[in-house]
Design a binder for this molecule. Structure first.
Ligand code: FAD
Ligand code: FES
Length: 399
C-alpha cells in the first residue's frame, strides 16, 4: 500500500515538473481561456494589415495583398463574399471604405483586395496612387451578409456582377471550386469593354476545369473584335443563360445604378425578393437624381447641422454648415477638428453600425435602405446613407 502511494506521489511530481516545463516553453494557445480569446481571434476590433504585393489588374484597378502586421495576431477568418473596411487618414480626415475580400477563405496567410479607381473619388484614388509595398493599414474584421448559406440558397446560384463587383464572386468561386461544393453556378459579368474584364484568365481556367461553373461576359461598350454578348444585363440575357428561374438563388453586386436596373429585371422575371441578396457599392454620384429626392431641393442648398458631442469629458454643442447632397457621415468626418469617430462598416446602409440619433430635422435616406422599426421609432438614422434636407440636430453623446 505504502509503495503504491509513493508511486502515485512520484507520478504526480513528474507531471508537475512536465507542466512547469510546458508553461515555460510553450506559448499559450489562443483558445486557452475558452471563448474570450477565440472571440477576439474571430472578431478582432481592428486588424493591422501590411501590404506585401501590388499587382495591376487593369488600367484602373489594382490587386493589393496584405498579411497581418502583427506576428502574434493571425488574420481573422471570413466567409467567401464578405468585406473588410479599410481605415485611412487622408489630409487629416479619418474615414474608411469597405472592400470585398478577393482571396480564398481557405487560407489565411494573406487577404487580397481589388480596388478600382473612382473618378472624383476620395479613398480609392488615395489607395491606388499612394500605397506601396510595406505600408501598414488598419482594417475592420470581416463583415457582410453576402455569403453562401447552404440551408436557404440551395444548389443553383446565379451571380450577377457589374465591374469591380466581381471581387466577392472571385472569392466565392475559389471557395466553391477548392472545396468541390457541387453547386451549379451561372456568372453573368457586365463590364464596359474587354479591357475592363477583371480576373479573365482565372475565370477562363475555372470554366475549363469545372463543368458546373458557367461564365457569360456582357459588354456595354465592346471593341470591334468582340463577338460575345453586348449591352446591359437584361432579363432576356439572364434567361438565355439560366433557362429557368425556379429554384435558383440570385446574388447581385455592382454600383447602385446597376443594382436598380437589375432589380427591375428580377421583378419582371418573377424572382421573389427572398431569393435575392445584393450589395451595392458606394453612394450615388448624384443623389438629386434618386427616386424620392424632393424636386425643390438642389445641390446648392446649404444646411445647418447642430451636433451634440462629448469632448474632454464635457457635453458640447457645435454648429456646422454642410451641403445637402453629401452623406452625413462624410460631412462629419470632414470636420477634422471635432475628431468625430462614428463606427461604420458597409457605408451603404446595410450593417447598421453607424446608427446615430437624429434629434430634429428632416433627412433623405436612400430608397433601398431598411432601418429597423425600433430605430425609426426612436429617431435613429444611418448617417452613411442619410442626406440632410432641412437644418438638423444630431446627438453623438449616445454612441
Ligand atoms: C460592401 C462593399 C464592398 C465593396 N467592395 C469593393 C471592391 O471590392 N472594390 C472596389 O473597387 N470597390 C468596392 N466597394 C466600393 C468602395 O467601398 C468605395 O465606395 C469606392 O472605392 C469609392 O470610394 P471613394 O472614396 O473613392 O469615392 P466616394 O466614396 O464617392 O468618395 C467621394 C466622397 O468622399 C468625400 N470626400 C471627397 N473629398 C473629401 C475630402 N477632402 N475630405 C473629406 N471627404 C471627402 C465626399 O463625400 C465625396 O462625395 C465596395 C463597397 C461596398 C459597400
Ligand atoms: S456603415 Fe453600415 S449602415 Fe452605415
Amino acid at each position: 500500500m505504502e509503495k503504491e502511494i509513493m508511486n502515485d506521489v512520484k507520478k504526480y511530481q513528474k507531471l508537475e515538473k512536465l507542466k512547469k516545463w510546458r508553461d515555460e516553453v510553450e506559448p499559450i494557445p489562443y483558445y486557452f481561456d475558452g471563448l474570450e480569446n477565440l472571440c477576439e481571434r474571430i472578431h478582432p476590433e481592428k486588424q493591422l494589415l501590411q501590404i506585401t504585393d501590388i499587382q495591376e489588374l487593369s488600367k484602373d484597378t489594382k490587386l493589393f495583398r496584405f498579411v497581418s502586421a502583427r506576428y502574434d495576431k493571425p488574420l481573422a477568418p471570413f466567409r467567401a463574399g464578405q468585406y473588410i473596411g479599410l481605415n485611412v487618414e487622408i489630409n487629416g480626415v479619418r474615414t474608411s471604405r469597405p472592400f470585398s475580400l478577393v482571396s480564398s477563405p481557405n487560407q489565411l496567410a494573406y487577404y487580397e483586395l481589388g480596388v478600382k479607381r473612382k473618378e472624383g473619388g476620395f479613398v480609392s484614388i488615395y489607395l491606388l496612387d499612394t500605397l506601396k509595398v510595406g505600408d501598414i493599414l488598419e482594417a475592420t474584421e470581416p463583415l457582410g451578409e453576402l455569403y453562401y448559406n447552404r440551408v436557404f440558397h440551395g444548389k443553383d446560384l446565379v451571380f450577377i456582377a457589374g465591374g469591380s463587383g466581381i471581387t466577392p464572386f472571385i472569392s466565392l468561386l475559389r471557395d466553391i471550386s477548392q472545396r468541390n461544393l457541387g453547386l451549379n453556378i451561372w456568372l453573368l459579368f457586365g463590364c464596359l469593354s474587354e479591357d475592363h474584364i477583371l480576373f479573365k484568365d482565372e475565370l477562363e481556367d475555372l470554366v475549363t476545369r469545372r463543368s458546373n461553373i458557367r461564365v457569360q461576359y456582357i459588354l456595354s461598350e465592346p471593341g470591334p473584335n468582340w463577338d460575345g454578348a453586348c449591352g446591359f444585363i437584361t432579363k432576356d440575357k439572364i434567361l438565355d443563360q439560366i433557362k429557368l428561374v425556379e429554384n435558383k438563388f440570385f446574388y447581385i453586386v455592382g454600383n447602385r445604378a446597376m443594382y436598380s436596373f437589375i432589380k427591375e429585371q428580377m421583378k419582371e422575371l418573377g424572382v421573389p425578393p427572398h431569393r435575392i441578396i445584393y450589395e451595392s457599392y458606394g453612394v450615388p454620384d448624384d443623389v438629386t437624381g434618386i427616386t424620392g429626392w424632393p424636386k425643390d431641393i438642389t445641390s446648392s442648398n446649404a444646411i445647418k447641422i447642430t451636433i451634440e458631442l462629448i469632448q474632454q469629458g464635457k457635453c458640447i454643442k457645435k454648429v456646422i454648415e454642410a451641403p445637402c447632397v453629401e452623406p452625413l457621415l462624410n460631412t462629419l468626418e470632414r470636420e477634422k477638428e471635432l475628431g468625430i469617430s462614428i463606427n461604420n462598416g458597409c457605408r451603404s446602409g446595410a450593417c447598421a453600425l453607424c446608427r446615430t440619433k437624429l434629434v430634429s430635422g428632416k433627412i433623405f435616406t436612400l430608397p433601398e435602405v431598411t432601418i429597423r422599426e425600433i430605430d425609426q421609432d426612436y429617431g435613429y438614422i444611418h448617417p452613411c446613407v442619410s442626406y440632410p434636407l432641412t437644418d438638423i440636430h444630431i446627438d453623438l453623446t449616445l454612441i
